[in-house]
Each structure stands twice: as structure tokens, then as C-alpha cells.
Design a protein around this ligand. Structure first.
Ligand SMILES: Nc1ncnc2c1ncn2[C@@H]1O[C@H](COP(=O)(O)OP(=O)(O)OP(=O)(O)O)[C@@H](O)[C@H]1O
Ligand SMILES: [Mg+2]
Length: 272
């Protein structure tokens, strides 16, 4: 077994305890991502004021906080979209500096943005293979792409009847599922989702949450940003709360509830 497989076995294996679920985040394991003293300014605005955060393999970390707290900025730093002004990032114990999103993707960090980055006028299969189309000579190999696309969706139990439907014709939940399936198909170590359920109907939210649980069960570290606090209790192992560019609290899911989170988000002091 490689070190990574061992880590994953601990995180998702049956019967073995995932320390992150028991409030002792990590329990001595190497974090998949370790952020230390991350700072980011936009002009005179201090969007991040020295954030420390660890994310472990196979866990879902909920990242919450009021508007402008710095959640998207922090995850954009993890995904290479922004370069921090100060601080360090370690990936599986190794120091990394991402020069841009492509660099972070090469290190298996995927982010599903709120606008999803799907192409409306291309069909489902085309979106799943966007930028890595399968070709046969000078032509697109549609047959292979369709059968591979079906396998990608089946693996995550995503039900979309027609892979030749244009993405523009799909529901918000189906679009969200395609964006997640696409990101998951790059074999991510870290999958970041910024507000994946904010625009969805009840049944669609359920589908996306169970999709997150399935991705997590494969050993991927998931970071979920959401204002829908009730969703956190369905998928997260831990929650980190941001307030005005600072991480003000961390909780294992078992030691918090809605009331506690709301207090932390609006800025009542963490007295624990
Ligand atoms: N590219 C940018 N240029 C200038 N300011 C920015 C930029 N991106 C973010 N900011 C500012 O940084 C602060 C943090 O923004 P960020 O988007 O990280 O907040 P957030 O926690 O994701 O909020 P929301 O819940 O509203 O999405 C805000 O004051 C925002 O205006
Ligand atoms: Mg945001």
C-alpha cells in the first residue's frame, strides 16, 4: 500500500476511526492541505489576515462565514486562482506554491466555481470532456466520449437520461452534478465547492449532498462553502468559521449546532 492509500484507508475504511470525526482533527496524520498564516490584500482591503487551516484526506470541511468574510478568497488561494501575499501551503506535507489554477490542477486540486464554468451550448458528454476531447484522427470520437461519460456519471450515481442534451436545457441540480462529476473525474485529492446548493430546489439539494458524500467516501478532501447551514450537518466532518478575514473557530460536526454556528458567524466571541 502506498502512503496515500493508507491515509485513505484510515479515512474511509470500515470500522476504523476517522479522528477528524471525533473532534481530534487529524490525530497525528499529515494533512492533505495545511495552510499557515495566509494573507491576501486587495489594495488596502485585508481580505485574509493570517489564516491557518488543515484539511485531511477523506473529510469534508465546511467553510462558513458572513458575506465578504474571505471564504472564496481562501479557496481561490488553495486552487491557485490567487497567489497569497504571505503564508505557506503544504500539500501532503510538501511545501507548494501554485503559479496559477493549471498548476494547482496538476497537483490534483479541483474547484467547482459558483458559475460552474460549463458551456451551455455544448451537450453533457461534451462538457464532461471539455478541454480533453477524445479524438480519432481529425474527428471527435463521440462514441467513446458518450460511453465514457455514461461511466463517469454512473460511478457517482448521477442520473441524466440523455447525454446529448445541451447543458442549457438541464436543471440547476443536473448542471451542478455535471460540474462536480467533471471535477471528480480528474482524480482530485482536494475538491472545493463554492455554494453548490445555493440555487437548487429541495430534491436537487439532496442529490448534490449525496454526491458530495460519495466523492468524500473515495478519499477526496472536500471543502464546502455554503450559507445553507443545515447542509453542513449532512456532509461535513468539521466546520471552520471565518469572520472578517480571520478564522475565528473550528468545530467537529458533533460538537456544534445551528445556534452555535450562527453566533460564530455573526461575530459573537468563541468562549470555548
Ligand atoms: N478580486 C478582488 N478584488 C478586490 N477585492 C476583492 C476581490 N475578491 C474579493 N475581494 C474582497 O475580499 C473580501 C472577501 O471576499 P470573498 O469573496 O472572499 O468573501 P466570501 O466570504 O466568499 O463572501 P460571500 O459569502 O459573499 O461569497 C470582500 O471584501 C471582497 O470584496
Ligand atoms: Mg464567496
Amino acid at each position: 500500500m502506498t502512503g496515500e492509500q493508507q491515509e485513505n484507508a484510515v479515512a474511509v475504511g470500515s470500522g476504523r476511526v476517522n479522528p477528524a470525526r471525533n473532534g481530534m482533527a487529524g490525530g497525528g496524520r499529515v494533512p492533505r492541505i495545511a495552510l499557515r498564516n495566509i494573507r491576501k490584500n486587495f489594495g488596502s482591503l485585508q481580505a485574509l489576515r493570517g489564516v491557518d487551516l488543515d484539511i485531511y484526506p477523506g473529510e469534508c470541511l465546511g467553510l462558513v462565514g458572513d458575506n465578504a468574510a474571505g471564504k472564496s478568497t481562501l479557496t481561490k488561494i488553495i486552487s491557485g486562482t490567487y497567489i497569497p501575499d504571505d503564508g505557506t501551503i503544504h500539500l501532503d506535507g510538501e511545501p507548494v506554491r501554485f503559479s496559477g489554477p493549471a498548476d494547482a490542477r496538476r497537483r490534483n486540486i479541483e474547484m467547482v466555481f459558483q458559475d460552474l464554468s460549463l458551456c451551455d451550448h455544448i451537450d453533457v458528454a461534451g462538457n464532461l470532456f471539455l478541454g480533453r476531447e477524445v479524438t480519432r484522427g481529425p474527428f471527435l470520437d463521440r462514441k467513446t466520449m458518450l460511453s465514457e461519460a455514461r461511466k463517469m456519471l454512473d460511478a457517482l450515481e448521477i442520473r441524466i437520461p440523455r447525454l446529448t442534451s445541451k447543458v442549457a436545457q438541464l436543471s440547476g441540480g443536473q448542471r451542478q452534478a455535471i460540474a462536480i462529476a467533471r471535477a471528480a473525474s480528474f482524480d482530485p485529492k482536494v475538491l472545493i465547492m463554492d455554494e453548490p446548493t445555493s440555487a437548487l430546489a429541495v430534491a436537487e439539494v439532496e442529490a448534490v449532498l449525496s454526491l458530495i458524500n460519495r466523492v468524500k467516501a473515495t478519499g477526496v478532501s472536500v471543502i464546502l462553502i455554503t450559507h445553507r447551514l443545515q447542509d453542513l450537518f449532512r456532509v461535513c466532518d468539521r466546520i471552520a468559521v471565518m469572520y472578517e478575514g480571520t478564522k475565528v473557530a473550528e468545530r467537529s460536526i458533533a460538537e456544534t449546532d445551528l445556534e452555535d454556528l450562527v453566533k460564530l458567524i455573526v461575530g459573537e466571541k468563541d468562549e470555548r
